[in-house]
Design a protein around this ligand. Structure first.
Ligand code: FE2
Length: 384
């Protein structure tokens, strides 16, 4: 076994209705005024209204910010930082999808660290030196694992690139996992975010940086997703939705410790250039990438195939490993997802730029086999 480090720095509470305790938690951790960052459309949502009511009922002072945009551009983040500073808030509650939580992670960090978010993005000049203002995350989609991860993805609109701040200082200290908030998520979003979580679990489990503790989180996340994603997407079963929420959290712990790899590299390039939602981009790339990578670690891919429901009895590791991608194909077909890049606005003339951007991705070396331009091109052609 290789030497490894493992950490999970987020205190997590799961429960039906647990999000209503956010205001009380703010008080318990010593907050005197909260910044409530919440997606605008959630103001119509009964479960989200109950979070706001909690602030009214407990008398916890708060200000609300609802103008969050998906995949937040750096300028938007800086504007929210200024808004929070001017409001004198000393605790933050973020209720929403990955973009909202990423925005919150960045703005909480910038309350205690000087400068603009652009200075902290990958390749920038600054590194967070101090923990941010305490952040309580309430995810409303089951996918990103942003509530436990050390990264915040920010859009650098000038360069048409997605960049991230990655540092343990931005890991949220608290998360409330409440499946009632998932009840109104559209099927398309539930499917895409669920495949994002599955991609996290698979990429971190089979990756070069995997360690036994992270693998345990990844394996159980895969099992929860395999057993629940179809029911969670197509029905109102709160138990299945809760399992997906926990799976996304567990896969988030997986990537915090064992990292993602080439699927995310290609998906992030597609997202920035063709504005395809993150989970959807991963879904389009995942099976084609797995078909190229399984030879790098057949025993682990065999386990992935088995957990995802493939019959691997009597097969060699290599034969069984090849079936992992088949399981993903079946799942994405069942979920009714787009299966070709051309369906979501990617064109062939984007390939050179997609390949070039992917080759700069800092986690490519975590892929089970060596990734070169030919690998990326072949995946894009097969996914097209
Ligand atoms: Fe992801």
């Amino acid at each position: 076994m290789k030497d490894f480090n493992f950490r999970t720095l987020t205190r997590v509470k799961y429960g039906v209705g647990i999000s209503q305790t956010a205001a009380t938690l703010c008080k318990q951790i010593g907050g005197t005024k909260a910044m409530l960052l919440i997606d605008k459309f959630l103001l119509e949502n009964e479960a989200a209204r109950k979070i706001i009511n909690g602030f009214e009922e407990t008398g916890m002072p708060y200000v609300m910010f609802t103008e969050i945009v998906p995949e937040p551009p750096a300028m938007v983040v800086d504007n929210v930082v200024a808004f929070m500073r001017n409001s004198s808030c000393d605790v933050c509650v973020a209720c929403g999808g990955g973009s909202t939580i990423d925005t919150a992670k960045a703005i909480c960090m910038l309350q205690t660290n000087p400068g603009s978010i652009k200075e902290y993005l990958f390749g920038g000049t600054k590194k967070p030196e101090k923990p941010g203002v305490p952040l309580i995350c309430i995810p409303t989609t089951a996918g990103t694992g942003a509530e436990v991860s050390a990264a915040a993805v920010i859009d650098d609109t000038e360069q048409q690139k997605k960049l991230s701040v990655t540092d343990d200082m931005i890991i949220p200290p608290y998360a409330l996992l409440d499946p009632t908030l998932l009840m109104s998520v559209p099927k398309k979003v539930a499917a895409a975010t669920g495949i994002d979580a599955l991609t996290h679990a698979i990429e971190s489990y089979v990756g070069q940086s995997a360690n036994p503790v992270g693998e345990a989180f990844d394996l159980y996340a895969m099992k929860l997703i395999a057993d629940n994603i179809r029911k969670a997407v197509f029905t109102d079963d709160i138990e299945a939705k809760g399992c997906m929420l926990v799976a996304a959290y567990m896969a988030g712990v997986g990537i915090l410790n064992c990292k993602v790899a080439v699927v995310h590299g290609i998906a992030q390039s597609i997202g920035a250039l063709a504005h395809v939602p993150h989970g959807q981009a991963n879904a389009l790339i995942l099976p084609h990438s797995l078909r190229k990578s399984y030879v790098g670690n057949p025993a682990k891919f065999k386990e992935v195939a088995r957990i995802l429901g493939e019959d691997v009895y009597g097969l060699s590791d290599l034969e069984a490993a090849a079936k992992a991608a088949d399981a993903i194909d079946k799942l994405e077909d069942d979920l009714g997802m787009p299966r070709h890049l051309e369906e979501v606005g990617v064109t062939r003339d984007m390939f050179p730029q997609l390949i070039a951007e992917t080759m700069k991705y800092r986690l490519l070396s975590n892929t089970p086999i060596e990734v070169d331009e030919k690998y990326v091109e072949e995946v894009l052609i097969e996914a097209f």
